[in-house]
Design a protein around this ligand. Structure first.
Ligand code: CA
Ligand code: CA
Length: 195
């Protein structure tokens, strides 16, 4: 049942899904070519608001460098959500690269306060019948936080609270060189590149 939380933004591709969220934005779509996951990255989303409808100006968007060769084959999540103004947990969506939508509280069509949603492990995207996530030439995985139903325009409908994180797994998921430099590994990375 966990796979219900993942839906494809793939109406144009004819994928069967009961998702109320799919509509537009099918980009960089590829068929499933991934095998065993060999890399991963955990992304802290604590404190991020779920603001307005998809593509609204006030929404938070994370651009996470994963490399242009990255293929994301699975996602796990452990998040805590509070909703406001009558908004429902089932409306708070994470949209990955315009390809896959993740709705951790998809089963909860009601308001919540500090509700925990834990995938209990990695949900394999292709096992859920959906295409893997690929990224563009910029190597950035774009994650948009939005509401499938916007209760109050121009205000947060919900917030992902402290301790909320998602982990992406797949192939060729590597942090940006700048991140390595921040860790004091920039010289090592540069040296490897010369070989
Ligand atoms: Ca709103
Ligand atoms: Ca809402």
């Amino acid at each position: 049942m966990k796979a219900i939380a993942l839906t494809a933004v793939a109406a144009a591709a004819g994928l069967a899904t009961a998702s109320p969220f799919m509509s537009t934005g099918l980009t960089e779509y590829t068929v499933d070519t991934a095998g065993t996951a060999t890399s991963s990255m955990t992304i802290d989303i604590s404190g991020i608001d779920s603001w307005d409808a998809q593509l609204a100006a006030g929404n938070t968007i994370l651009d996470v460098f994963v490399s242009d060769a990255a293929v994301i084959t699975g996602i796990s999540w452990n998040v805590n959500l509070t909703t406001y103004n009558g908004s429902w947990a089932s409306e708070a969506v994470l949209g990955f690269e315009g390809q896959i939508n993740l709705t951790p509280g998809s089963a909860d069509g009601f308001s919540v306060s500090n509700a925990n949603y834990n995938s209990g492990g990695v949900v394999d995207i292709s096992d859920a019948g959906l295409p893997n996530i690929t990224v563009g030439a910029d190597g950035l995985l774009t994650i948009e936080f939005f509401e499938s139903f916007d209760d109050v325009t121009g205000a947060a409908d919900a917030t992902w609270l402290a301790g909320s994180s998602i982990t992406i797994v797949g192939q060729n998921i590597v942090p940006a060189p700048a991140s390595l430099a921040l860790l004091g590994l920039g010289g090592i990375a540069a040296g490897r590149r010369r070989r």
